[in-house]
Design a protein around this ligand. Structure first.
Ligand code: CA
Length: 453
């Protein structure tokens, strides 16, 4: 049974994939060369938005990566933002890492419970800590969303340099506005210190790309590799692009979302992104047919799609700037580039998601076919596509494995107090399931099971 049969029904809740390997992907050489790692995360991007996944939006730089690397069509992420990011940086389940749910959405039965702290809780060493311990330079720019107090900032979790937006979204401009009446201003940090003002010409995608390039430039001569986490605000709401991008998609969506959807599905079939037998799921009950919208509603909806497309194309442009920069610096051939979205497109305007997004059949199939061994994607031949299932937490062990994991583990062992028996002993540890560096003093409590009388 092919996963693609289920894709239309899970497109909102369980997107997105794209895992792209660039440059030297020969594992033996990579281990010797200690590859740089560039992890690029988009925010709230749809499965078929990219050109290399059937989209009409112009994403030539990401598409070029796909041409040279591997597209993962069955790579799963969490349903929302910070849970995915916690898995990405911890290599473990988001409940172990502390993001069982987004801090913003914690329910009464979750608040105060282990695993629902709403920030990276320290039970698991971050990927940045592991790599920094192994001698990597560690940089991050962009959205953090895994803790807003200093002990949870990027600087406290292994990032040597950071330019971070601590919240889950907000303005892309210098005004630092956050659409939350109780918290009207965004919080940024720069290299571990809070900053209260951004440059007047600040635009998020450009600024984050610039910061990564500048960080790389400042450490070009010491021979140490880098891990860079480029975490865009794009294409999360509120949609925003510089003025000269406003009209690049003018008129492209006038025929509406029903036609757009059908054309994307057709292209995905042509590209073998989904099976030829895939049928789009029914339109969500609270989404009216395009033909039933008033002219004003159509105009507004089309304009939103135009700006969304421009914002994604703009992000791709800035990714291209970073890749060109690495190429000019002679680093691109030894850089592992990974691109993914943290979750699927913003669903808020569509109301609640369909409760039955996962059918019993789909869940059973997933469990029976789940296989996240990193060798299923890392080191695969370029220009290929893999339908192997992947999970966001696979990326960390795979990245560590390629970045000389033994050194990282050794460094961590020596830096931590107490017995380190929970640490994986060799680089073979992540060969099957994601591995977890449970810190000795912070093991998860084992819940007691009430006895039946
Ligand atoms: Ca998100």
């Amino acid at each position: 049974m092919r996963l693609s049969r289920f894709i239309p029904s899970i497109a909102f809740g369980v997107p997105m994939l794209t895992l792209l390997l660039l440059g030297d992907v020969e594992p033996s050489h990579a281990q010797n060369a200690r590859p740089n790692i560039l992890l690029i995360v988009a925010d709230d991007m749809g499965y078929s938005d990219l050109g290399c996944f059937g989209g009409e939006i112009k994403t030539p730089n990401i598409d070029a990566l796909a041409q040279r690397g591997v597209r993962a069509t069955s790579f799963y992420v969490g349903p929302t933002c910070s849970p995915t990011r916690s898995m990405l940086l911890s290599g473990s389940d988001n409940h172990i890492a502390g993001l069982g749910n987004m801090a913003e959405f914690l329910g009464p039965k979750q608040k105060g419970k282990a695993g629902y702290e709403g920030y990276l809780n320290g039970r698991v060493a971050s990927l940045a800590s592991v790599l920094r311990g192994a001698g990597y330079h560690t940089y991050m720019a962009g959205k953090w969303h895994m803790g807003e107090t200093p002990e949870h900032w990027p600087a406290a979790l292994g990032f040597e340099r950071d330019f971070a937006l601590l919240q889950g979204g907000g303005s892309s401009w210098a005004d630092m506005k956050y659409p939350n009446p109780a918290h009207p201003h965004l919080t940024f940090t720069l290299n571990g210190k809070r900053i209260d003002k951004l440059p007047e010409n600040h635009f998020s995608s450009e600024a984050y790309a610039n910061f990564i390039m500048k960080s790389v430039d400042e450490n070009t001569d010491d021979g140490r590799p880098f891990f860079a986490y480029l975490s865009f605000q794009a294409v999360h709401a509120p949609l925003a692009v510089p003025d000269d991008w406003l009209d690049r998609y003018r008129g492209q969506y006038d025929r509406g979302y029903d036609v757009l959807r059908a054309s994307r599905v057709a292209r995905m079939k042509e590209m073998d992104i989904v099976g030829k037998d895939v049928q789009p799921s029914p339109r969500l009950p609270n989404v009216p047919a395009w033909d039933l919208l008033t002219p004003e509603q159509r105009k507004l909806s089309a304009r939103r799609m135009e700006i969304y497309a421009a914002m994604l194309a703009n992000m791709d442009y800035h990714i291209g700037r970073v890749l060109d920069h690495l190429k000019d610096a002679g680093k691109i051939d030894n850089t592992l580039v990974i691109f993914l979205s943290d979750n699927g497109p913003e669903p808020m305007e569509l109301g609640s998601l369909v409760e039955s997004a996962f059918s019993v059949e789909a869940k059973k199939w997933f469990l029976e076919n789940f296989d996240q061994r990193p060798e299923n994607w890392a080191g695969r031949a370029p220009r290929s596509t893999t339908e192997r299932l992947g999970l966001r937490s696979d990326l960390r062990p795979s990245a560590c494995s390629r970045a000389t994991l033994p050194r990282a583990v050794s460094a961590l062992r020596s830096s931590l107090p107490g017995p380190a028996s929970s640490m994986p002993a060799t680089s073979t540890a992540p060969s099957c399931r994601s591995w977890t560096l449970l810190l000795p003093s912070t093991r998860l409590p084992v819940p007691s099971t009430p006895r039946k009388s």
